[in-house]
Design a protein around this ligand. Structure first.
Ligand code: HEM
Ligand SMILES: [Ca+2]
Length: 639
């Protein structure tokens, strides 16, 4: 029987045909007409209205989705989490814009300054404002904190550059430059680094748009290519096919490679490996290792690949514990229950341990990011915003260290590598005791203190192996250029939706930005309105107790608020199919990243405050066996 029902008397209207079987309710969304004029908003934004163009994709191209509202588990692509708008937060749906797109043609061309001139070059901005602002002070917080940030960034966002032309600089002088190569980054003649290499161009590929998904829209609309919920999609994949390819289909386990050392005395488990050319691995060197996981960026740097390997081991560790407790559970049940626990652990670490450090404890608690229980609200849109992905969360690129330390079990530095020397080639990880040594290195090495710059190496020599010359790229220029590529609103506009007064002159910026930087901004930009979001935000002095300035804090908090309250499967939401029992929740809330490390490496002692490095007084060591054990008794089905 097909029956038309109207869901909720609000500004959302759906035509839904619901098929009721005896046990399973399947809802087929036939068409969606959404008027998103009012929103249950996060408390961080001083506006109630998102740009109307956010609805265009939903109106014209949203796929037909079938949902089973009784499902205990998340879908892989994130669809059907929100039963009113089943595509909210799903992979391959558009980024949300908090403010209207800023393009000079209103559609796709880079914006210009208020007086009609070109914007200052991204690299020029970096050399004038940031490159020489390097402090060598270190934080009491460790490098693991930075690495956790990237790990979750890859859980919630992927804006893919169009790499169909590998080197955009090489096609600049041909008669018709391909669209994706039309905005390469110009290198000024007097560039302090590239001057020596006679380079005038840095490659930049514009991001793919909804047109690449057979849905051309105006203004340019950008697609998130991963599930936008914090659900471990970087581990499991954001589609059924990818997820299936990563499973062993035996006892709930993920596929893995078991590697032995020469004497067969050490056996270690790693992510499965693939042919280098099939993933984003550096193919220009004779290196061999290329890991596979749910996210294509797994091999991007050693720290990220390390966390992926630890979480693969953690999954298989928990799956075997669950099997021990419930010998009759099927592979499917073991896999899904383990995946559910891993997703919960990632959310718990992010909200209870990571965000209070980044945003400030009092602030996170006051605004509901750190609560005893989450009340799900189906009117909150959990989609990743462009402002967040293309700028605000990237502000934490300033935490990336230039070097990674490998520390042995006597706490001695075994060796050190430049992070940029090992991009897209994780060859070091399976060698010797490097998993343990790098893990210890991330825990024991103090992080880069907050400062308005990225480290010298990622500011000049990123990804140099894949390029025709030895210099490479600049991550900060790329971030500024990416903001222009996706038409981000300017800094001043974002201030206003964050409740910070609009600056009417450069000097009005002195409320948040130091005097010297404001003087340089005056020489670069025509008016205060022209300043890029990323530039203004990175210059802001951090708020007391937090690691970012007020504008960044506002956009980060808005996003994490929506990832929490807009997620029907958020780990501590009650009353949903598959909600954890109180006993299970108690176990999850006791787990921190130290438990994960203890279960997956040969480290025996760790700080209780896992994001703090040793030199901090509170960071005395605690034994894995006594303090970081996981008891899954609450998952035993028959006591
Ligand atoms: C460990 C070293 C890291 C490296 C080498 C790195 C490098 C990169 C690169 C190359 C991009 C793509 C740039 C573009 O073409 O637009 C990117 C994007 C991004 N990064 Fe990082 N990153 C690192 C760590 C981090 C950290 C610590 C965070 C946040 C805490 C972060 C957040 C992001 C975000 C949100 C994006 C946008 C992702 C997307 O939507 O596609 N990254 N990063
Ligand atoms: Ca996800």
């Amino acid at each position: 029987m097909t029956q038309k029902i109207k869901v909720h008397q609000t500004n959302y209207f759906y035509t839904i045909a619901a098929y009721y079987g005896t046990h399973v309710q399947t809802i087929i969304i036939l068409s969606i007409i959404i008027l998103l004029q009012t929103h249950a908003q996060s408390p961080f934004l001083h506006t109630d209205v998102f740009p109307l163009t956010n609805e265009d994709y939903m109106r014209r191209c949203a796929p037909v989705v079938m949902c089973n509202p009784n499902s205990k588990y998340r879908s892989f692509n994130g669809s059907c989490n929100n039963l009113r708008v089943p595509t909210w937060g799903a992979s391959n749906t558009p980024f949300l814009r908090l403010l209207n797109a800023e393009y000079s043609d209103g559609i796709y061309k880079f914006r210009q300054q208020s007086n009609g001139s070109q914007l200052p070059g991204a690299r020029e901005i970096n050399t004038q404002l940031f490159l020489n602002n390097q402090w060598y002070d270190f934080d009491e917080l460790n490098v693991l904190l930075m690495q956790w940030g990237q790990f979750i960034a890859h859980d919630i966002t992927l804006l893919r550059p169009d790499l169909s032309v590998a080197d955009c600089c090489g096609v600049q002088n041909i008669s018709k430059t391909p669209t994706q190569c039309q905005n390469v980054i110009n290198i000024p003649k007097n560039d302090p680094i590239y001057l020596n290499y006679n380079r005038s161009c840095m490659s930049f590929n514009r991001a793919v748009t909804s047109a690449n998904f057979s849905c051309p829209l105006m203004p340019a609309t950008f697609m998130v290519e991963v599930s936008q919920y914090i659900d471990g999609s970087q581990i499991y994949g954001s589609s059924d096919t990818i997820a299936a390819g990563l499973r062993s289909f035996i006892s709930g386990r993920l596929r893995s490679d078991i590697l032995k050392n020469n004497q067969n005395t050490r056996v270690e488990e790693f992510c499965p490996q693939v042919n280098r050319t099939t993933l984003q691995c550096d193919s220009s060197t004779n290196s061999r290792v290329c890991f596979q996981a749910g996210d294509i960026r797994i091999n991007q740097n050693l720290g990220n690949a390390l966390l992926h390997n630890l979480f693969l081991r953690f999954h298989n560790h928990l799956a075997s514990k669950l099997l021990y407790l419930n010998q009759f559970w099927s592979d499917e049940m073991l896999y899904q229950e383990t995946r559910k626990i891993i997703g919960a652990v990632i959310q718990h670490i992010t909200y209870d341990h990571y965000l209070p450090i980044i945003l400030g404890e009092t602030y996170a608690e006051y605004y509901g990011l750190f609560t005893p229980q989450t009340m799900y609200n189906e009117r909150i849109n959990p989609s990743t915003s462009l402002e967040f992905a293309a700028s605000s969360f990237r502000i934490l690129h300033n935490q990336i260290p230039a070097q990674l330390n490998f520390i042995d079990k006597m706490y001695k530095l075994a060796f050190q590598v430049n992070l940029t020397d090992w991009m897209d080639r994780p060859d070091l990880l399976p060698m010797g005791k490097n998993i343990d040594w790098l893990t210890r290195g991330l825990v024991e090495t103090p992080g880069r203190e907050y400062q308005p710059s990225y480290n010298q190496l990622i500011s000049n020599f990123l990804f140099r192996f894949n390029l025709p010359d030895i210099t490479g790229q600049d991550l900060l220029s790329t971030d500024i250029q990416r903001g222009r590529d996706v038409g981000l609103p300017v800094y001043n506009e974002v201030r206003t939706i964050c409740g910070i007064p609009r600056a009417n002159s450069f000097d009005d910026l002195l409320d948040l930005i130091p005097f010297k930087a404001v003087q340089i901004l005056k020489t670069l930009y025509a008016t205060v309105r022209d300043i890029d979001l990323h530039v203004g935000a990175l210059l802001e002095v951090p708020e007391e107790g937090s690691m970012v300035g007020p504008t960044t804090r506002c956009i980060l908090s808005d996003s994490f608020f929506r990832y929490k309250y807009g997620d029907r499967f958020f780990y501590d939401v009650q009353g949903q199919p598959g909600s954890f029992t109180q006993e299970q929740l108690k176990t999850i809330k006791q787990i921190n990243l130290a438990h994960v490390i203890c279960a997956t490496t040969n480290l025996f002692t760790l700080p209780l405050d896992i994001f703090k490095s040793l030199h901090d007084f509170s960071s005395i060591k605690w034994n894995c066996d006594e303090h970081f054990k996981i008891d899954l008794e609450a998952w035993r089905e028959f006591k």
